[in-house]
Design a binder for this molecule. Structure first.
Ligand SMILES: [Zn+2]
Ligand SMILES: [Zn+2]
Length: 338
């Protein structure tokens, strides 16, 4: 088969690669779409701690079952359309045994620790496949993985209908978080984003937006909401200035959820975290339930994932796709089709 293979630092080749052989209880998925994310860029740059080349990248995967060696109880059959839940957990560590396999101490991922979805076929297990109903089309289904990140962030935060929110960052994840908040009944959502393309896209999608380099998000909150603070902040940039805005804009006893990954250990205003009794959570990846919620949101048309897709390329153009990711202000989500 053909695959996009990471062969070393800044080297990714579209090349022949052995088609996966199935063992017992394994399922072969014919990939239809695979998305690129920031993690793939990190791998490409040679900055990912675990990936050992050669490796087929890609963990945002949608396709159809080509062949199954899973028992009939799995209820998965050839031809079924499936979103791939790409996490690989050990099942033995304390988080796994406590029911939190998504934060397994040895958490692995298809496309990092095993061959992923930038290929004609990917090998999976029944637990990694979530059926996609006919009401969700192929391209929407390709975005189930990043949408599940946003769903997880919102679910972990304790956000409830009627709450107000600031989302810092309008990349694919920030944009999808804002959309999930709207879908679950946010009273006000303000999106803070310095990059014009990303900010304008969020604006066109109906969100109040602010350029934090020009107007302090705290001021924009006062103007938009008539209040000085928000109930919830969702930090989706990892940028130092956003940590400051998050603490400044969060109300007394409000909540900040961190999902952006900082490039170095950031300065955080702990004094105000203490004085305002702000609660904080980190949010990492997703659970199978988040996938189910994401799919049901798509099925009832509550989330516009297609507007987040800026580039659609055949997998053979994988290097072009990675080059475009270097320009975050014109490319959000890049999808490869097969
Ligand atoms: Zn990712
Ligand atoms: Zn584990």
């Amino acid at each position: 088969m053909l695959a996009g293979v990471y062969t070393g630092v800044e080297s990714l080749r579209f090349q022949e690669w052995p088609k996966p052989e199935l063992g017992p209880n394994e399922i072969l998925v014919k990939v239809r779409y695979a998305g690129i994310c920031g993690t793939d860029m990190m791998i490409y740059a040679g900055k990912h701690p675990r990936v050992v080349p050669p490796r087929v990248l890609g963990h945002e995967i949608f396709g159809a079952i080509a062949k199954t060696r899973a028992p009939a109880e799995s209820k998965l059959k050839e031809g079924d359309r499936v979103a791939v839940f790409p996490l690989i957990s050990c099942g033995r560590c304390v988080p796994c045994r406590e029911g939190n396999a998504h934060v397994c101490e040895k958490l692995g991922l298809l496309g990092i620790d095993a061959d992923g979805g930038f290929a004609e076929y990917v090998k999976t297990t029944p637990e990694q496949l979530i059926p996609v109903p006919p009401g969700v089309d192929d391209e929407q289904a390709a975005l189930v993985e990043p949408l599940s990140v946003a769903v997880h962030v919102v679910r972990i935060s304790g956000f409830t209908a009627g709450d107000t929110a600031l989302v810092t960052g309008a990349g694919p994840i920030g944009n999808l978080i804002a959309q999930v908040l709207r879908a679950v009944g946010a009273r006000h959502v303000l999106v803070s984003e310095a990059m014009p393309f990303r900010r304008e896209l969020a604006g066109r999608m109906g969100f109040a937006v602010v350029n934090p380099l020009e107007v302090k998000p705290a001021e924009a909150i006062r103007k938009l909401m008539g209040e000085n603070f928000v109930d919830h902040v969702f930090e989706a940039t990892g940028a130092p200035a956003a940590y400051r805005d998050a603490v400044q804009c969060c109300k007394v006893r409000g909540h900040i959820t961190f999902v952006g990954l900082p490039k170095s250990v950031p300065e955080v205003d702990v004094l105000n975290l203490v004085f305002k009794e702000i609660r904080t959570s980190g949010a990492r990846v997703y659970t199978p339930k988040d996938f189910l919620v994401a799919i049901s949101l798509l099925e009832r048309g509550a989330i516009d994932v297609k507007s987040v897709v800026t580039d659609r390329l055949p997998l053979k153009d994988i290097e072009i796709g990675l080059q475009r990711m270097h320009n975050p202000d014109s490319s959000l989500k890049i999808l490869f089709s097969l």
